[in-house]
Design a protein around this ligand. Sequence first.
Ligand code: DER
Length: 228
Amino acid sequence: EQLAREKQLAAAAALRWVRSGMVLGLGSGSTAACFITLLGEAVRAGQLKVQATATSLASEALAREGGIPLLEPRRGLRFDLTVDGADELDPHLRLVKGGGGALLREKVLATASDYWLIVADSSKAVAQLGRFPLPLEVVPFALPWVLDAVAALGGAPVLRMDKATPTHPAHSDQGNLLVDCHFNVIADPEKLAAQLQNIPGIVEQGLFLGLARAAVVARGAEVQVLRP
Ligand code: DER
């Protein structure tokens, strides 16, 4: 339907940023998956010669299936371009990410990238962050105190349960827990990010600030390139 077509459109547009010889970071989620699939087709057709590292085991499997040569993490490895999705993006290109539970590896690769490009359908663009629950990755031992600290910040924290077995909590690729925080409105993202980073046991939080170079947002049949 409309959003699926927009994801495809944004992903196809992002392919224009790719040049042979690049070392690429591959994001996670359904829009990034469209990009990885299209990239695999170009690699298999001999149109692009690239190497890549993925931000989740799911994206890694998709890239391997597509025939994209993969690089293991190593010292000094930097990415010419990383293409990733978002759950929300505001006019300053501040993002909420982590809906797919990959926020830790996503932020590691975003930070190691020379150019971090967002691909999104029109539903992601918002005037103010916060309606999408803010994801956290949390070390299991610390969970009770993290839930208390987030509640004290007004974040109404909810432990994310596994989609397949709803009686069990979801786990990140690192084996940590995921907590979704219902702030509703995040008026000061920078302040909240600093507060969350001060809570021991939170290994990553889903605010991605000052990282995105551009966002390719598909709206209907149109593609807009937004810059901070
Ligand atoms: O978890 C994430 O940050 C992913 O990028 C994802 O949530 C983006 O959403 P999408 O599946 O609609 O692309």
